[in-house]
Design a protein around this ligand. Structure first.
Ligand code: SAH
Length: 364
């Protein structure tokens, strides 16, 4: 049994069942046994692979995007480039290399990283050695100051959420407790949640991503007052719906959500419709959501891949074409379609690069 599982069982015996957000928060962020606190989970040998780890082209295009946004902002002499959940620091390193192409941009920006994991902070330190002297933050509040450009890839999907299940007597919160054998098991709160009144068939699940919505709202308020833009990229849906999206992944395979707490990555799908609504209510303009494929192609991924492949050895050229296919793949399992991109900006900015063709109607 994992150390965290033993601790969770003890906690539930003492305090009663945990709600799903507390379970997620402990699995991912427990100071000693949390998933992100103890390991570097990326890469072929790790648990999952993210877009910046697939190809440097991803970060380079985002670096050029940030440079174009900075020009739209009127080229402020000082701007914070803030990344939420930077993983190994690969995305930021690739962005900064590309940022040098935009005259004056690299000199204007300071790098600020929001990261809970000490292991990954160390990896970020190494990736950025010689390229930047970043400041690290535990939370977003201190990271935002003055005009900002914010990027977050696969960050919102790691933030804890709560779940409610429709029953004969209303919506009841889903909890993690113990079964008769003393094993972790899902159950329901005794009393219904009277604030939830949506009609749905019994057994329907609804998710309340309070932490992600709070981050989007905080970024949006800041953009509205101080200027700038933000880019959120994640696995998720363009439209809100019902459904349990909590999943656990270990060594590139799905595993039971309760089986290996602290040893498997836990994620949820991001509800981009609700994120966009929260952003608009907090004063930001929204761009998209569009699919990762649409945005990367609009930012020039095909041209970039061709240019790189033309200069590369045959084997490298093959790898570049493979990365292009993977980042833009369509269909049920294709990253280009499953991943969505939502940009937020100060309402005074024009349509942002990557989204010129994909304006969604306002619906807040
Ligand atoms: N953006 C990276 C990593 C994605 S994994 C990439 O694309 O490769 C999620 C990242 O968010 C990790 O760096 C993880 O440690 C960090 N993280 C997860 N929960 C967090 C939280 N509550 N606050 C700050 N960082 C968090």
């Amino acid at each position: 049994m994992s150390l965290l599982k033993a601790e969770l069982i003890r906690l539930i015996r003492e305090e009663g069942p945990l709600n799903v957000s507390r379970y997620m928060a402990l699995c991912l962020g427990h100071p000693r046994h949390g998933y992100y606190m103890t390991r570097d989970p990326f890469g072929a040998q790790g648990d999952f692979t993210t877009a910046p780890e697939i190809s440097q082209m991803f970060g380079e295009l985002l670096g050029l995007w940030a440079g174009a946004v900075w020009q739209m902002m009127g080229e402020p002499a000082s701007v914070r480039l803030v990344e939420l959940g930077p993983g190994r620091g690969t995305l930021m390193a690739d962005m900064l290399r590309a940022a040098r192409i935009v005259p004056g941009f690299r000199e204007a920006l300071d790098v600020h990283l929001v990261e809970i994991s000490p292991v990954l902070r160390q990896a970020q330190h190494q990736s950025l050695a010689g390229a930047a002297a970043p400041s690290w933050h535990d939370g977003i509040e201190t990271a935002l100051d003055g005009p900002v450009i914010v990027v977050a890839n696969e960050f919102l999907d790691a933030l804890p959420l709560d779940q409610f299940v429709k029953t004969g007597d209303g919506w009841r919160e889903r909890l993690v407790g113990l079964d008769a054998g003393g094993e972790l098991a899902f159950g329901l709160a005794g009393a219904p949640e009277t604030s939830l009144t949506m009609a749905a068939p019994n057994g329907s699940v609804i998710e309340q991503p309070a932490a992600a919505l709070a981050i989007v709202a905080t970024v949006s308020r800041h953009l509205a007052f101080h200027g700038g833009a933000a880019l959120f990229i994640d696995y998720g849906s363009v439209r809100s719906g019902f459904g349990d999206t909590l999943q656990a992944v270990r060594r590139q395979r799905h595993v039971d959500v309760l089986a290996e707490p602290g040893e498997a990555d836990l994620t949820v799908h991001v509800d981009f419709e609700r994120m966009a609504q929260a952003a608009r209510r907090s004063g930001a303009a929204t761009h998209g959501p569009a699919t990762q494929r649409e945005v990367l192609l609009a930012l020039g991924l095909a041209e970039r891949a061709q240019a790189l492949a033309a200069r590369a050895k045959p084997e490298q050229a093959e790898a570049i074409r493979g990365a292009f296919e993977r980042l833009t793949a369509t269909g049920a399992t294709g990253m280009g379609e499953l991943f969505k991109v939502l940009a937020l900006s100060h309402p005074g900015l024009p349509p942002l690069p990557g989204f010129d063709l994909h304006q969604m109607p306002e619906q807040a």
